[in-house]
Write a protein that binds this ligand. Sequence first.
Ligand code: ADP
Ligand code: MG
Length: 915
Amino acid sequence: MSTAQHLPHTVEALLADGTTVTIRPIGPADRAAVLDLHAERMSDESRRMRFFGASREAPQLAADRLCAAPRPELLALGAWAGGELVGEADCESVQGRPDTAELAVVVADDWHRRGVATLLLEHLVHAARQNGIRALEADTLAGNLAVHRVFTDLGLPVHRHLEQGEVRVRVPLDETDEHYREAVDERGRRADIASLAALLRPASVAVVGASRRPGSVGQSVLLKIRQAGFAGQLWAVNPYAAEVAGEPAHASLGTLPGIPDLAVLAVPPIAVAGAAEECGQAGVRALVVLTSGLDAHTAGQLMHACRRHSMRLVGPNSLGIAQTDPAIRLDAEFGAVWPLPGSAGVAVQSGGVGIALLERLTWLGIGVSSFVSLGDKYDVSGNDLLQWWESDGSTDLALLHLESFGNPRAFSRTARRVTRRFPILTVDAGRSPAGRRGAASHTAAAATPTVAREALFRQAGITATRSLSELVDTAALLHSQPLPSTRCAVAVVSNAGGVGILAADACADAGLTQLELPPDITAELRDLLPDGSATANPVDTTAAVRPVELAACLDTLARSRAVDALLVCLVPTALATGPHDDPVRALLDGPARRRVPVAAVLLGQEVPVRYLTCSDGGRIPSYSDPQAAARALAHARDRAHWLTEPPSPEAAPPPGCDPRSARHLVEAFLAANPDGGWLDPALTVELFDCYGLPLTISIWVPDEHGAVVAAQSLRQLGHRGEVVLKAYWPGQVHKSTLGAVRTGLATDGQVRETFREFTERFGRQLTGVVVQPMAAPGLELLAGVVQDRVFGPLAVLGLGGTATDVLDDRTARLAPLTERDLATMVAELRGSPVLLGHQGAAAVDVAAVQDVLARISHLATDLPQLAELDLNPLIARPDGVLCVDARVRLEPRGSFDPYLRRLRRPAAAEEVREP
Ligand code: ADP
Ligand code: MG
């Protein structure tokens, strides 16, 4: 263990049964609690079996060991529930083997089988890794099955040796392998669902702050819960009234005839903290806080009450929640509509958006399985709901409107799994003009929050729409129609030629494949349709078409293997004299679901989207605008495409990566520069070497003589025997625009002359010059990473060199990159044909470009302190790649494991912590 110990933070996390516990380091102040745990909360038998190692040691010795003055070789974590220590796990490094630690775990008897040990071990493993521990070891009694199960279930590789009735267990910690992550995920998911049951499947609900004033939030919610026919117990709490809206009111939580699972708080801001605490003490398991405008102190107290009393929290500033399962029928929100029962899971951050979305869905006829208005999202988040819907047995479509992400990487991991089962649709909110982050680095300028969010959605397979309307349009299609094949060649059929052309244009705009109908189909259509019809795509049936003819035409097209989707555009015409002649009958009388998805466009329709209910009871979405229909089809195509691609593994670290040395370098730099900063050329070279990044040779020289000597030694390596001189001073930006880069220097004289020019131009600012061999010409690319505070590292690839900004051709992915990311990043650039060999030119070494991307992805994931890294240009040629200009900025920052199980700590409530 290194001497500078990284102490884990205090966090809250969920046990297997959904109970919240606090995990934090144990220190001298915890002596009484440790004694109590060992002496009072364990039976003799437990103590005999006592998990590991010091099984015969007395409680006193344990307290002495754990609660002495902190020492770097010991890491001890405790789990607290409601202020009591219920478990402890520690590891102490072994004498002479600083990277191995002896492990011990203890759990209070009445807390067994709830996942305390496993949760503590997960956090201890994380902390141990942070402190350079490579393996944990422990002695256990062979008969101690519970402990062996904990180890087996943990998901890490476990090695066991039997020695005289004791089993020596060794857990290597070298790699975070996917198996372990999945095991952690699965435990997290089950704990999360267990904790959310009180919120989304409550047997009893109390409305606290149920007001007598009609139209007040409290009263509206109370009435809605009652009128929607809540299947469980409903109680109104109001100390000043005997009854509220016909419901008997109770003076306080404590005087209720039972303990509510869920409490809905509609009290004034000043009363929120007190009400939450009262709920917690009464044994409530979940809160929905409708109140808005909490100050930081109240927010902190609210969070504190929730964590201490193990209550999940929706809000504050929530519009409420709804659960339509007939066994529950809870409508605890104060929007204007009653959500229909159905299978769409809906979560929104803004209440206003929630109201609008529920209205549109209800109008359209898409029912909701559960609805949650997350509000200020102190606790329950989109990630929680995705996990709930994943296994609630009734959701097959998720609609999200998220303005912020607490832990995007955990969200992305969940979403990636869930989108394999059903579509997740979101509005990409907050897409305002992508503010450039200054020109300090090209990569940073390219990596705006919008880019990061788009990358997240794309990598997770989330369908990101650009507006609420587009969300509803797309949901209407995905909810009713089959997915197209990935080709998605659309056949357009209309009863008015001009409309068909508009629709074909809309398809082209949406990037859908233009379809040429095969001759046998066109021949068949000619036989079916009235004279004068156009039987090529777009098919124009003319206004004279009768519904039966149109229906036959649709059947023919839907049967053809050339067609992957049907867009049917109809205008009402004077030729239809009765309802039986209405061309829409062709759709209504046919099947709703065919081999391919069908979307209708009815130009006369007054609403943007609605359903046509067919004779078989199924539904076809009908749009007023062909653009909307085409966009929905394009989203369906993208989803189909995403589903055909198997999940891609993270790109393995390429050979020659040395994270340990890189970490030392970074720590040393930050020790000398506590605020961080740009690495100088020499350190940049060193860091690049740690990850095998191809950087050209750079010699830094302080004076003219040095420059000439360096140039002489480098010239033979340079293209055409030439070298490059770059003026250097700390903190410089874009060198070439200032005239600080001079290429193609062939003679000593030119080197001298350039050096003098630099001194003249840059004066005392200049601290020296960098000499490089001239690189052979090639395609100039930009590759880089920016660490986003919320999203983590974002890797960028683009066409580069000095023209990066003009070309504006870049693509981005959140690291760690997968194998597929490496391939698609290159393919996605508009300029990719140039990389792949254009007009007879040889292709560049694409594998080498991808290798650089993989290396910087690992570099950024290994080193959270890497704020920006910029390789520009990375010169790509058929025979390899070479970077001639690299910049690296470091920032002091602790590592954050996005996959470690812990509950959110909202910034608004940060100041009040568990005592
Ligand atoms: P900056 O990006 O700060 O302006 P660079 O070091 O990237 O400065 O140099 C600008 C341009 O000069 C590069 O895009 C490249 O075209 C060219 N260049 C720089 N160094 C070399 C080199 N060693 N060999 C060949 N060309 C170079
Ligand atoms: Mg550059």
